[in-house]
Design a protein around this ligand. Sequence first.
Ligand code: AMP
Ligand code: ZN
Length: 112
Amino acid sequence: MENCLFCKIAKGEIPSQKVYEDDAVLAFRDISPAAPEHVLIIPKKHYDNILQLDDNALLGHMFEVARQVAQTLGIDKTGFRIVINTGKDGGQTVEHLHLHLLGARELGWPPG
Ligand code: AMP
Ligand code: ZN
């Protein structure tokens, strides 16, 4: 989709610190990390958010990639959080579906 930041990152038009990539999915470091390890996992195909996603296999693959990246980062041992912010109240600021993978510190609950 034109003028979508994460579509541009997926196409390599905007640089990112990649940690994993395949044909369908890209994982890269969040530019403003909320935890010592903070990675975003996006589908290369554009979906505005989780409500628009019509491909459960792709969602499953994104979770598999998140699990794999957690292992690569070593946060599988200490624990981590996977978050999908959705819409205004969910705090979504980039309208291209993404999973947040956060770890390497104790995360508070409930969220603010
Ligand atoms: P959300 O608020 O859930 O929509 O998450 C969007 C995330 O994208 C935020 O955590 C931002 O810090 C992150 N972000 C914004 N621009 C970039 C960028 N160019 N590269 C990496 N992460 C970004
Ligand atoms: Zn997009």
